[in-house]
Ligand binder design. Structure first.
Ligand SMILES: [Zn+2]
Length: 112
């Protein structure tokens, strides 16, 4: 799970012994299921600096920009049409991200 590698690297960089809270932004087009992530997390994090961290997942809506009328509109995952003119030639501008939004660290160094 590369996310935890990232979290661990940040904690090490800041000399923190523990991660207390992880906030993620997960778009429905990211290929990551928020529920699966929540379920898999405790097991994946066991034994790492993030094992006691609270995992907060913020859902992201899908937004597309239309190449024809240039409107930006919310879209459904399997239906990326322009809400304004109905054209299918759209570009996803939000909804495919998996972003580590913020991290709360316990700044105390690990107890030997
Ligand atoms: Zn349009």
């Amino acid at each position: 799970m590369s996310l935890l590698d990232q979290v661990g690297a940040i904690a090490r960089e800041r000399g923190a012994g523990k991660v207390t809270r992880i906030e993620l932004r997960v778009g429905p087009l990211s290929g990551v299921e928020a529920d699966l992530l929540r379920n898999a997390y405790p097991l994946a994090a066991a034994g790492t600096v993030a094992e006691d961290a609270e995992l907060v997942i913020e859902d992201v809506t899908v937004v597309v920009r239309c190449s024809q009328c240039n409107a930006e509109s919310d879209a459904k995952v399997n239906h990326l049409l322009c809400a304004s003119c109905g054209d299918f030639r759209t570009t996803v501008i939000s909804g495919d991200e998996l972003i580590l939004q913020s991290l709360e660290l316990d700044e105390l160094p690990p107890a030997a």
